[in-house]
Ligand binder design. Structure first.
Ligand SMILES: [Zn+2]
Length: 98
């Protein structure tokens, strides 16, 4: 993912994403990039008002001659996943084998 794509995603995050605890919008200083792959990035959002931390997986879809940022629904589903996920990857994979 190039710098222009990242900037676009950050603009998108600032526009549509709100803190899940106190509903405030994020600003540039609250947003840091944890990881990027060619069409997706994982952002960490730190709310300055209530110290809540959120992880957002967001990507850009390239469709023919136009680009679209993944829908808010996708972001919400990721939030739901992270809300219910305790960070135990080993347990997650063991569980899925049963
Ligand atoms: Zn907050």
């Amino acid at each position: 993912m190039n710098y222009e794509d990242l900037k676009e995603l950050v603009r998108y995050l600032k526009k549509v994403t709100k803190c899940s605890e106190c509903n405030s919008h994020f600003v540039n200083d609250d947003i840091s990039v944890l990881a990027t792959i060619p069409l997706e990035a994982i952002f960490q959002l730190n709310c300055q008002k209530c110290s809540n931390t959120m992880l957002v997986n967001i990507g850009i879809k390239h469709e023919r001659d136009h680009r679209a940022i993944v829908t808010e629904q996708d972001v919400k589903e990721m939030h739901n996943f992270l809300d219910n996920f305790n960070g135990d990857f080993k347990g997650l994979f063991n569980h899925s084998k049963k």
